[in-house]
Design a protein around this ligand. Structure first.
Ligand SMILES: Cc1cc2nc3c(=O)[nH]c(=O)nc-3n(C[C@H](O)[C@H](O)[C@H](O)COP(=O)(O)OP(=O)(O)OC[C@H]3O[C@@H](n4cnc5c(N)ncnc54)[C@H](O)[C@@H]3O)c2cc1C
Length: 326
């Protein structure tokens, strides 16, 4: 059999394939490679930035080991290098289809197909953003516009400023409450006249004197020269537009887990996240493990993704050993 352009043999069989390229996938690769599982990792191409969500951010200040902070792309480059150092094979391809009904599993990439005894899915999620003037890439995105209050809220640019949070679910209320630690005032803006958030969360927001709720309004523009300076909101009932001074804009309108390519192969939660057995990375299919944001709609942090990537590699190693495939 001849190797393909990627150096792989057609339908080569691997002990372990990992799909994804964020902190979960690279941590799983580091652990699996050091356990001599010779992992093959699909890092993606069109499916999201190779390197994951942190490629879209500047400073990461809460990842342990970097007391002076590190940029997202630099951190991911280090993780990728560490995975390569222990002989992880990395393919810059998207996985477009999988067959998990028969063992070994079949993983179909955009150029390569392989078989795998075990599989770790770490394809992450994409934070939804409002597509309005001023908030886009190369405008004020990451210059006061963020999709993660826990990640960015403590940054000096947001201190003692008026911050605007957009959304109506539990995460939006939670992010607004979180930001009150730093902000002068937090405006929680929702396009309807009631929240989807649970009553207990809404009560917390209403009791917090630093939060003001603005009902029935949508964001139509973010203004500012180098950083966010103001927002223009529109009343959905009257159409009236108002300008407000603002030091930051936070989108809390949900995430989309990257699970479309799994199409009925593994059980998903109603919100599209991979279902796992609590406290493990085990999915509904034996030998298939899930790590990182693709199975976590609660914590969604680089360090928790990395932690679960480690768990997935250990779970996969144990499963392969039990089956005498390691
Ligand atoms: C703007 C922003 C700032 C953030 N800042 C921080 C921060 O400061 N600190 C912090 O702890 N967390 C931060 N986070 C959250 C953090 O980035 C995520 O929790 C973390 O990246 C999740 O890692 P992951 O490994 O699960 O997947 P992701 O980082 O989501 O990466 C998954 C990657 O897998 C690849 N992929 C997807 N589908 C396929 C496919 N079919 N085939 C092949 N590859 C595929 C894509 O390249 C995708 O990008 C931030 C998030 C955002 C959006």
């Amino acid at each position: 059999m001849l190797p393909s352009l990627t150096g792989l043999f057609s339908m080569e069989r691997r002990k372990l394939v990992i799909i994804g390229s964020g902190p979960a996938a690279f941590t799983a690769a580091i652990y699996a490679a050091r356990a001599n599982l010779y992992p093959l990792l699909y890092e993606g191409f069109f499916s999201g930035p190779a390197g994951g969500q942190l490629m879209t951010t500047t400073e990461v200040e809460n990842y342990p080991g970097f007391p002076d902070g590190i940029t997202g792309p630099e951190l991911m480059e280090k993780m990728r290098k560490q995975a390569e150092r222990f002989n992880t094979t990395i393919l810059t391809e998207d996985v477009i289809d999988v067959d998990l009904k028969a063992s070994p599993f079949t993983i179909k990439g955009s150029a390569t197909s392989v078989q795998a005894d075990a599989l770790i899915i770490a394809t992450g999620a994409i934070a939804r953003r409002l597509d309005v003037p001023g908030a886009r890439d190369n405008e004020l995105w990451q210059k006061g516009v963020s999709a993660c209050a826990v990640c960015d809220g403590a940054a000096p640019i947001f201190r003692s400023k008026d911050l605007f949070v957009f959304g109506g679910g539990d995460s939006a209320v939670e992010e607004a409450v979180f930001l009150t630690k730093y902000a002068r005032k937090v405006y929680l803006v929702h396009r309807r006249d009631h929240f989807r958030a649970s009553k207990i969360m809404v009560d917390r927001a209403e009791r917090n004197h630093k939060i003001e709720i603005i009902w029935n309004h949508v964001l139509i523009k973010v203004e500012g020269d180098h950083v966010v300076a103001g927002v223009i909101l529109k009343d959905v009932n009257t159409g009236k537009e108002t300008r407000h001074e603002a030091g930051g804009v936070f989108f809390a309108i949900g995430h989309d887990p990257n699970t479309a390519f799994l199409k009925g192969q593994v059980a998903l939660e109603p919100n599209g996240y991979i279902k796992i057995q609590p406290g493990t990375t085990l999915t509904s299919v034996e030998g298939v493990f899930a790590a990182g944001d693709v199975q976590d709609h609660l914590y969604r942090q680089a360090v928790t993704a990395a932690g679960s990537g480690c768990m997935a590699a250990l779970d996969a190693e144990e499963w392969l050993s039990e089956k005498e495939l390691a």
